[in-house]
Design a protein around this ligand. Sequence first.
Ligand SMILES: [Zn+2]
Ligand SMILES: [Zn+2]
Length: 318
Amino acid sequence: MAATLSLGSVFNNATYTSFADAVLPHTQNTFWHEFTEVSTNYVQLNYFERLWAAWYAYMGNDWLATGIMSFTMHELVYFGRSLPWIIIDQIPAMNKYKIQAQKVPSAREQWECAKLVLLTHFTVEIPQIWFFHPMAHFFGMSTSVPFPSLWSMAFQIAIFFVIEDTWHYWMHRALHWGPLYKNIHKIHHQYSAPFGMAAEYASPIEVMFLGLGTVCGPILYCAVTGDLHVLTMYAWIVLRLFQAIDAHSGYDLPFSLHHLFPYWAGADYHDVHHEKFIGNYSSSFRWWDKFMDTESSPEAVKRRREKKIAQAQARKAQ
Ligand SMILES: [Zn+2]
Ligand SMILES: [Zn+2]
């Protein structure tokens, strides 16, 4: 098996003595020069691993390299994944799949949404991204090549989904408690018929608290096992963004994931939450709401109402 290439130490022995050293690309070489160097010296690496190694060598600062890559990736994926839903909103033939068919967001609503989302990205998410690296690094997160196996990445990401969903359920349920709702969560509920970009339309405080569920799972996992690669973290963030944006899309398509995997939450689940303001608090799965009897489907609401009536009648009869 190929030896692990530890980037920070192989390509950069410098100590950072000034702010400029820390924030600017450190090497005098171009990115492609580094890429050629890596390709010549580490022939066993695949193309993506060489690109990865060249990036970290070019930056000469793992913390900065990870921070820039994370933020750029987050913005590209967030707005990139929202774009198809904006286009679908303009196609009348797709309206039959819209869950609240009469409520198509206007261009103005989308623009207002984009402005707040960008503000929270620059004020709340940049610091979160910035502090993730040193914390995870402290617990042994790797940035080196070769990459971990797909199987180990999938296994870890599945665990992160379960942790995040649990965190999200309880935090989101707490955010529906009167004072927290009025002062924090109300902003997210501005759109009773959500659309993709509205996934992170929320108070910065909410973005920070719910964001902890995304970041703390991997940190905790890394602290316990000492086994986490930053690439797994990137893949997890991408999938989590897909989940959040699709859940807010407002469309239940024939190939939506919950048709294949019934416990996957998806858009029809979260749309009801925005419409009714109560129940369906989870992000990715349906089991917490089922277990705690907080589902928001008409059947669940009817069942709870019947149960209440039966309890009242039983009390009367006593
Ligand atoms: Zn809510
Ligand atoms: Zn929502």
